[in-house]
Design a protein around this ligand. Sequence first.
Ligand SMILES: NC(=O)c1ccc[n+]([C@@H]2O[C@H](COP(=O)([O-])OP(=O)(O)OC[C@H]3O[C@@H](n4cnc5c(N)ncnc54)[C@H](O)[C@@H]3O)[C@@H](O)[C@H]2O)c1
Length: 251
Amino acid sequence: MDRLTDFVVLVTGGARGMGASHVRGLVAEGAKVVIGDVLDDDGRALADELGKPALFVHLDVTDEQSWKDAIAATEEAFGPVDALINNAGVVQFKPWLKTTTAEWRRVLDINLTAQFIGIREILPSMLKTGRGGVVVNVSSTAGLQGFAAEPAYVASKWGVRGLTKAAALEFAQQGIRVVSVHPGVVETPMTTEVTEESYVAQPIPRKGRTAEVTALMIYLLADATYSTGSEFVIDGGAVLGPVVPVPLEED
Ligand SMILES: NC(=O)c1ccc[n+]([C@@H]2O[C@H](COP(=O)([O-])OP(=O)(O)OC[C@H]3O[C@@H](n4cnc5c(N)ncnc54)[C@H](O)[C@@H]3O)[C@@H](O)[C@H]2O)c1
């Protein structure tokens, strides 16, 4: 349990759901973790539970000054940042013709533009360590295929996939790895309304567990030293398409 000893990590959207699971998992591996979120009560409660290696900062990822303040607080508490997990996100299930421009912009702002701002603001801190760094951008299977009635979400998650590749090339010479993660349906507050229908035909026919995605995060931060710009899919096989029963041949 010491794969990330003294690694300094900022997790956006770290107060609940997958983000909170990552925070717990990273602390268990020896990291010092900053929970950045707009959910102050949940974020503080998690930081209190974890004690010294965790700090909550109020971070609205759409706000540039909020990033500057969060990074300053991180450096003051733990020193320069080794890794950023761009995890904060929102979903909007709404048909195209009913989606307003303001709703479209809000989803794009939180899910995509915020990742661009976050990388720009955190790079100077990462460069201070002299040992490179890692950025993990959370996309989705909605960044690999289309889904009806969630146009802004799909566009934002495809954008994350492209942004990741651009950043991976631009910061390679500084020793910064940038990768994207593409979960399928995972059991969190975001998916309480997702019905069984959407995953029963998957090769692994259940929702994913947050701990399964956290295990991937730890691998990406600690061990994936030969990967950058890559897409890491964790979806029970969902993007393969539905399982169709095939009778076994008899000899
Ligand atoms: N749950 C899934 O099935 C699933 C699948 C694929 C991708 N994802 C992605 O995984 C990430 C985490 O999702 P989750 O399922 O844990 O959802 P969640 O709703 O439980 O958590 C999202 C977190 O992001 C925070 N957040 C929202 N807006 C923010 C802002 N402006 N500034 C800072 N924090 C903000 C929320 O407060 C919350 O803590 C998201 O990017 C989501 O799109 C989720």
